[in-house]
Design a binder for this molecule. Structure first.
Ligand code: NAP
Length: 288
C-alpha cells in the first residue's frame, strides 16, 4: 500500500508547537512580526502571500503584506526594505518572487539582513546550510526545510539513501541537495542538461522533482521495485487551469512506496517552515 505523504497531520502537530512558542515569546515581550513585500499583482503571488499571512496569524504572529505598485521606482523599493531592516518591531521579512523585470537585476538574497531573512536566501544563511553549522540560529530555505521535515515526520529514512533531485534552483534544488547531504544521503542533482535522467532516478531511493513542468515525472522515471519515495515540489497549472505538480501522480502512485500529493504535500510544509523561521528569528532576539 503506497504511503501518501500528506502535510495535514504534520501541520496539525507543528501548528500546536508554534502556537505555544508564539505565546511564550509574547509573554516575554516579543510579538513575532513578519513583513511580506509584494510587488505587482501576479495571481499566484497574491494567493501565496495571503496563505502566509493567514498561517502567521493562526499561530499568533503578526504579518503585514506590503503591496507595492508593479512600476515602483528602484530607489523607493530599496528604501522600504531598508526601513524594515532597521525596524526593531519586525523580526522577519520576505520578498515575494517573482519581481517585475526592472528589479530582476537585484541580488535579492542580499536585500534583507541576515537576522530577518526568514526565507533563508541571505549568503550567511546559505553558508550555514553549506557548512552544516549554526543551523539552529540561522534560516534554512523554506521549501527544502519543509521537505526534510515532511520526510522525517513521516518516518522516511534519509541517511544512507541515494537521492535524485531534478532542478538546481537557488531556492529549492541546490539548498535541498546540501540538506540531504547534511543528513548523510548521497545526492545526484539533475537539471536540464543532465543526460539520461531516467537512468539516474531509477537507481535512487528518493526522487525529488522541482522543475515546473506539469506531469514531467511519469512511470519511465521509476524503477520496478516499488520501493521509491517521490517528492513533488512542482506547482503548475494543467490544461484545465487546475493546480498540479511535476509528477503524474495517478500514473506512478501504485509503483512507489511513498509519494507527496499536490496540493497538500510540499506546499503547506513551505509555509510551516516560514513560520518556524519567523519564530526562530524572534527567539534570537531574546538572547541578544
Ligand atoms: P526554476 O528556478 O525555474 O528551476 C527549474 C529547474 O528545473 C532548473 O534547474 C532547470 O534546469 C530544471 N529543468 C528544467 N527543465 C528540465 C527538464 N526537462 N529536465 C530536467 N530539469 C529541468 O524553478 P524553481 O523556482 O526551483 O521551482 C520549480 C517548481 O517548484 C515550480 O513549479 C515552482 O512553482 C515550484 N515551487 C514550489 C514551492 C512549494 O512551496 N511547493 C516552492 C518553490 C517552488 P537548468 O538549471 O539547467 O535550467
Amino acid at each position: 500500500m503506497t504511503q501518501i505523504l500528506s502535510a495535514a497531520p504534520i501541520k496539525k502537530k507543528i501548528t500546536k508547537e508554534l502556537k505555544s512558542d508564539c505565546k511564550f515569546l509574547k509573554e516575554n515581550g516579543i510579538h513575532p512580526y513578519l513583513k511580506v513585500i509584494l510587488v505587482g499583482n501576479n495571481p499566484a503571488s497574491l494567493v501565496y502571500t495571503a496563505s502566509k499571512k493567514k498561517y502567521c496569524e493562526r499561530i499568533g504572529a503578526k504579518c503585514d503584506i506590503i503591496a507595492l505598485d508593479e512600476q515602483i521606482e528602484l530607489i523607493k523599493f530599496l528604501t522600504i526594505i531598508d526601513e524594515i531592516n532597521h525596524d526593531n518591531d519586525v523580526h522577519g521579512c520576505i520578498i515575494q518572487l517573482p519581481l517585475p523585470k526592472h528589479l530582476l537585476h537585484l541580488d535579492v538574497g542580499k536585500l534583507v539582513i541576515q537576522e530577518k531573512d526568514v526565507d533563508g536566501f541571505h549568503p550567511e544563511n546559505l553558508y550555514s546550510v553549506l557548512s552544516n553549522q549554526n543551523i539552529e540560529t540561522h534560516f534554512v530555505s523554506c521549501t527544502p526545510k519543509g521537505i526534510i521535515t515532511l520526510l522525517r515526520e513521516s518516518q522516511i529514512e534519509i541517511a544512507n539513501k541515494r537521492v535524485a533531485i531534478i532542478g538546481r534552483s537557488m531556492i529549492v534544488g541546490k539548498p535541498l541537495a546540501c540538506l540531504f547531504t547534511n543528513h548523510n544521503a548521497t545526492v545526484t542533482l539533475c537539471h536540464s542538461k543532465t543526460q539520461n535522467i531516467r537512468e539516474i532516478t531509477k537507481e535512487c531511493d528518493i526522487i525529488v522533482s522541482a522543475v515546473g513542468i506539469a506531469h514531467l515525472v511519469d512511470e519511465t522515471f521509476i524503477s520496478n521495485k516499488k520501493n521509491q519515495v517521490v517528492v513533488d515540489v512542482g506547482m503548475n497549472t494543467n490544461a484545465n487551469g487546475e493546480l498540479c505538480g511535476d509528477v503524474n501522480f495517478e500514473k506512478i502512485k501504485d509503483l512507489v512506496s511513498a509519494i507527496t500529493p499536490v496540493p497538500g504535500g510540499v506546499g503547506p510544509m513551505t509555509i510551516i517552515s516560514l513560520a518556524q523561521n519567523l519564530l526562530q528569528a524572534s527567539k534570537n532576539r531574546l538572547s541578544l
